[in-house]
Design a protein around this ligand. Sequence first.
Ligand SMILES: O=c1ccn([C@H]2C[C@H](O)[C@@H](CO)O2)c(=O)[nH]1
Ligand SMILES: [Zn+2]
Length: 132
Amino acid sequence: MNQAELIEQAKIAMDKAYVPYSKFKVGAALLTADGKVYHGCNIENAAYSMTNCAERTALFKAVSEGVRNFTVLAVVADTDRPVPPCGACRQVIAELCPKDMKVVLTNLKGDIKELTIEELLPGAFTPEDLHD
Ligand SMILES: O=c1ccn([C@H]2C[C@H](O)[C@@H](CO)O2)c(=O)[nH]1
Ligand SMILES: [Zn+2]
């Protein structure tokens, strides 16, 4: 699957967003080395802080199926600039994805920004920091 196709998958995921409070839909599509795609959307809650972002929804779905061989994560929203993942998602991406994995940020106008998670969250706290 190429990048344009993965972005289309993220848009399909975006349509599923449950956003009665913010009305701000976000979609994510996470590609694995064997070509599987995990969709994620943001899922809000009346207890606002329980909201789960699109990026973490996709990652948690995959990890809950024992899948970790991620190669690209695409994220889309109707933003002026390519949608930047929040700090919480950056931390979770840093934990679960390879340092050099491509994160493709985009918007509905077709602007695209490609970054690695190392660039999105330099010097992240990682599992290695827990060891002696
Ligand atoms: O990268 C982002 C940024 C925001 N949101 C969600 C959280 C909330 O539901 C809404 C507004 O912040 O957008 C995401 O899912 N991903
Ligand atoms: Zn987030």
